[in-house]
Design a protein around this ligand. Sequence first.
Ligand code: BTN
Length: 267
Amino acid sequence: MNKSTFVKKTTMFLNTLDFVKKPVVFDELDSTNLTAKALAKAGAEEGTVVIARTQSHGRGRFDRIWQSPLGGIYLSLVLRPSVPIQQASLLSFMTALVVAKTVRSYGPQAMIKWPNDVRVKGRKIAGILLESEGDGSKVDYVVVGVGINLSIDLKNLSSALQGKSTSLLNELPCPVDYYDFLKTFFRTFEHFYTVFQGQRYEEILTEWKAWSDTLGKRVKVKTMTGTLQGTAYDVDHSGFLLLRTEKGDTKKILSGDCLYFDELDHT
Ligand code: BTN
């Protein structure tokens, strides 16, 4: 597909989806999250979707680079949920659940690693970057950035990432159609967003827990202030990870990089 065909075809397709109010499609962009944030600050309505065929400066959590070769899905959604700001972070749990369910509907046994990495057999297949603004009590906007390794050739990722990543193409005998995947994703997103707007947060967290392989595991979590280790035993109503340390203390972690002991190289 050439450049302008992608833009035209994707715009037409997104216009058929109820959830998408305004599609903004690019062949190549620095980062869909950057553009979505600029649009949100300028007043873009809920349901604005920025999507690109590739990104030159895709961003991940902790300011990492999100490598964005051809064949992946790179999109950012503008949301304006009418909920208190402290609930907004649950949207990243919700989105991980939506992506995991979408991936699994094509076969691969997707699981979620706290807070929102979607993985298949321990290899990352999708990542979510939530960025929001608001004033203490009310959300102004939330940008939900989603990167999915749909049909990427793993050889187009850096060698450091190749061993830790997978794609649907790598997991299945036949490629999954880009638009078919998007349709399933948005349909599932719309369903869970209605649950979220109805403040039925427990429903989302209960499902998230069923789809996550983090709870019960011995983990090492790198946070802004240091590294904590222990057994992950629960996630509270705001998405904090509850850890029981070897000394028996309980730690509540808002954000961090979670590593599983059984996947660490102890040599
Ligand atoms: C992570 O670190 O796991 C989150 C990765 C999020 C990547 C997506 S790709 C679309 C959107 N635009 C970006 O620059 N980042 C997100």
